[in-house]
Design a protein around this ligand. Sequence first.
Ligand code: URA
Length: 223
Amino acid sequence: MVPGGFSYQEKEIHKIESISNMSLTLEEKFEKMKEIRDELLQFNESPLYKYRLENKFFPVAGEGSHTAQIMFVGEAPGKNEAETGRPFCGRSGKVLDEMLESISLNRSDVYITNIVKDRPPENRDPTGEEIALYAPFLERQIEIIQPKVIATLGRFSMSYIMTHFGLKKDLKAITSMHGKEFIAKTEHGPVVIMPLYHPAVALYNGTNKKTLMEDFQNLKKYV
Ligand code: URA
């Protein structure tokens, strides 16, 4: 017997059971992701729901591998994304694709999503209320995928993810945080949080693009 009243063998079994409880089968991951999509379609408590219906937009849940090691979290869908239901499929998405390619990845190797799952009007920034309303969907996605790395794209997702995982004390301007690694404790174990610039900053500025590409190199070791 060991302290706690269990034999060594019982302790080992308990450990294995709790590990397998934490990792879902592919079918379970798929089902849970589907539940999120279905809930988002009906999410009429959101102030963005009416705007979505009026414009025949879609909610944008996320896309990619359910077993991804790296999860990218952007801010909110733009027009292209809301029209297609796919994250980062416009001009920022092209930059993201280019960055992924620079580390020999493509979209199907990673998971790409946003904090806010519906398009805010006129591409305005998401409000605090919208972030709080949609964040539980993101938290469920993180627990389904159980990534090793969460790479935040832009200051809103950086600020939300750092705060959510108890790292608020480390928050500074994105100019001094990008490309750095922070370790968060999650229900499924430690996760690296890596803040990155939003790909949109690279659209008109070659220096920002170079910085983003250099930061992506820091992700390579997790591939
Ligand atoms: N910008 C984002 O933050 N997310 C998208 O999906 C597209 C543009």
